[in-house]
Design a protein around this ligand. Structure first.
Ligand code: NAP
Length: 305
């Protein structure tokens, strides 16, 4: 088994992982979407990682989708809506028993990816690290955080897990990864869409708690119905704690909308509404929020799926 880290998507999080793995001496190869992006990357000669006032350049090799050679380990670092189509294109290169690490926020994209590659192991990740692109091939490490990785289908920790510690990537193998992803999704549903609708920082929701609380009630019911009682525990309190602790921040969904980018709503609030529908659970507040958000995105000319 090759120990090379192939990284699909040299955006914010993919570049952050690539630079840290490369500087610790691991073999890393970026996979870019086509020859044009590859040529642009090669002109630049590598990725630049900015941390506070320090910047480092890493000449990490890159290739396009159709490069030859098998892939044994793939970090999937594109947006949730791009993950399954991108992995499907790479499927012919995935070795039997290949391992994929899925960094996507929300839920639903992981199962879409797994359907494309039944012969591979899919490891789900939940990250609270923060990074953003200042320019193409240049990423700023904006918020220290943590990463939980786990495989709902198999509890064994992968042999490469120590690579993360050696690269200074804070991470833990989590047997309860579905609960962690559900909890993060619930926090997102209670906060992010309202920041878009009220055009405010997270702290602005302190003036709209009468809207937040009923959403939390429905999310708690939904989490119980989906077999995720730990993810439901003290949700109201944690939502309020997050609103206070991040009062001056703009949510990721708010930032996507502000920059005219497609949001990941389909895998966040959309997933919550679809899960409720599958369980026959009425969630009128969440449904209403979803409709308002979709209308708002469409009025801005943004995709709402
Ligand atoms: P991003 O900056 O937009 O990067 C996505 C990258 O994927 C882009 O470089 C894009 O390529 C690439 N891509 C898309 N389709 C591709 C394809 N078919 N082939 C090759 N590359 C492809 O996104 P991000 O912020 O890193 O987010 C990635 C995931 O991590 C999201 O689900 C997000 O919610 C989650 N997350 C992000 C953060 C964060 O701080 N950024 C934190 C926690 C979780 P181009 O450059 O060519 O467009």
């Amino acid at each position: 088994m090759s120990s090379t880290w192939h990284i699909l998507g040299a955006g914010s999080l993919g570049s952050l992982w690539a630079c840290r793995l490369a500087r610790s001496g691991k073999a890393v190869r970026l996979i870019l979407r086509g020859q044009q992006r590859l040529a642009a990357y090669e002109r630049k000669g590598g990725l630049t990682l900015m941390e506070q006032d320090v910047q480092h350049h890493y000449a990490i090799p890159a290739e396009s989708f159709d490069a030859p050679g098998p892939i044994h380990r793939l970090l999937v670092a594109c947006k949730a809506y791009d993950a399954a189509p991108a992995v499907a294109r790479l499927a012919p290169r995935l070795a039997h028993g290949a391992e994929l690490i899925l960094l996507q926020n929300g839920l639903g994209s992981q199962d879409e990816v797994a359907e494309q590659v039944p012969h591979a192991r899919c490891i789900f990740a939940s990250s609270t690290e923060g990074a953003f692109r200042e320019a193409d091939w240049q990423v700023r490490f904006a918020g220290h955080g943590f990463n939980w990785l786990g495989d709902p289908a198999s509890p064994g920790m992968p042999t490469w897990f120590d690579d993360l510690h050696e690269a200074g990537i804070p991470a833990e193998w989590a047997l309860d990864i579905p609960a962690r992803l559900w909890r993060k999704l619930a926090l997102n549903c209670a906060i992010n869409p309202l920041t878009v609708l009220h055009d405010c920082q997270n702290g602005g929701l302190l003036g709209h708690l009468t809207e937040v609380d009923p959403l939390c009630d429905e999310l708690v019911n939904l989490l119980h119905r989906c077999g995720q009682p730990e993810a439901a525990s003290d949700l109201h309190e944690e939502v309020q704690r997050v609103i206070l602790a991040t009062a001056a921040n703009y949510s990721s969904m708010y930032q996507d909308v502000r920059h005219g980018r497609r949001t990941e709503v389909h895998y966040l609030l959309g997933h919550a509404c679809r899960a409720a529908g599958r369980h026959g659970l009425a969630v009128p507040q969440l449904e209403h929020l979803h409709r308002r958000l979709v209308d708002n995105l469409q009025a801005r000319g943004l995709r709402s799926d």
